[in-house]
Design a protein around this ligand. Sequence first.
Ligand code: HEM
Length: 518
Amino acid sequence: MPLLGFPPFEVNFWQLLAVTAIGLTTYSLTNAIYQLYFSPLSKIPGPWYAAVSPAFYLITCIRGNTIYSWDRLHSQYGPYVRVAPSVIMICDPESAKKIHSSSDVFRKGSWYENSERSMKGIVFITDPEEYRGRRRVFGNVFSKSNTALLEPAVRRHMEVCYKKIGKRLDNGEIVNMKKWLHWAAADIGGLVCFGEDFGMIKDEFESSIVEGCVNFTIVAGVQAYIPYFKHITWFLSFIPYERIQWFCRNEEQLRIFSADILQRIKREIQGCKDGHPRPSLFSAILDSVDNPHAKYKLEKNDLVSDAATFMIGAVDTSAILATYMTWIIFRHPNIKKKLIAELKSIGWTQGDHDDGITDEMLQELPYFNMFLQESLRFYAPVQFGLSRVVPDGGRLLGQYFIPGGTECFAPAYTLHRDPKIFDDPLTFKPERWLNPTKEMESVLLTFGGVSRLCPGQHIAMMELRLGVFLLLKYCFSARLADSCTDESMMLMDRTVIYPRSNKLDLQKEEGGTENSER
Ligand code: HEM
């Protein structure tokens, strides 16, 4: 009996397919016409296929080495490029400053929401209000003066590291500096955050924390571009295949690792007769979880996430920058000579002798600090562009009015090499920082933008200064091994940059003096 008198409505498979195809084609065509001619972003140049579908952007990001893709697009289309229907890339210093401003905050974008599963650490907080609350918990533990208190422990640790490397070089070994610098960065991260290192330099082994931190940035760099992928990985983690499990369970393993350490610190505090355990960042803030009267409260889960996040933030970044600084020192003998000359002026001696040099003295050396600054420009570990969202109401960026909700990013790789700001930008030239322009200083995004500056930057800078000084002290007579070439050190990019060969080998210069003893 036909319903309401209408004849029965029958569709066969082919009709259904035809209707679906017509529907999809109409939608795609209408969307393409809208995106190309009517969208508020349609005036922004860029490849047409990037404007009509997010596929180009997602594939470029998932493939990695985006720094080169963005740089090419910038040279082709100019400072503003539309790389997806609602994503724009900005290579204009003024607008880069705006999107990272601390007064008119552009919140963090979908990259951060997608890249974690259960890790609610500070770096992944996108809401500015929630971020301010979390930052208050940490108070001034990262201030320059607090960082200076850590110098003796950090220095002792680094001294052991470089002495060991020097001895190995003297014994004729080829030493992969990248590996040792990752061990040192993780050990120091442990010292700073938890008051204990992981014994990697002492026992010369790689704790799973290094692999965990490096893997996290790699996995996050893929997951961040595939919406809902983080939910799928939960199911995938049950597949009994080692590589898949490694990919899917890395975040959980880091959280377990952090929870264990925090538990140990807590036991230590409870067992401490005088109530003063080893000083560390997290022993200072444990109180915010356990004390009901603490001024700023933190959930236990967030504390564990923060502990893992701080290690992720500390390890790969510091190690990679130190690796490239080592490369530059041995790649350019004139730079090494100038650094040594300046160090000699404050009493530097080669080998195992106390020359009384402190971090404070290193901060006074002009060439030494220009070398550091140029390294921060050239080898910023995070160069792909930190994603931000235009606030409600939209904002004027350059000559374009960009609607609220649009994602934007300013790739550090391209900005740090802008010939309008840096003369001869592809040459590593410390002297350019002798009289820097305001623009040169403000465009550097090595430690992030002003609204979300890296809290570990003073610690990282101290580590880098002491690292260069101790490298020259204990590995003075080294040279680059034959395996280490311009080609092998070419920048690759997967969230954090790394050398193409994934190593930096040093060996002893033939006829050079002993490194460990004068
Ligand atoms: C050379 C070394 C380092 C570099 C180049 C570096 C770089 C950065 C950058 C670019 C950001 C901003 C990320 C964003 O906007 O999403 C950041 C954030 C962060 N860094 Fe570092 N970092 C370094 C060392 C450290 C160290 C040693 C620590 C901890 C002891 C640390 C902890 C963090 C944390 C917790 C954040 C998140 C802050 C936030 O979201 O506001 N970093 N870092």
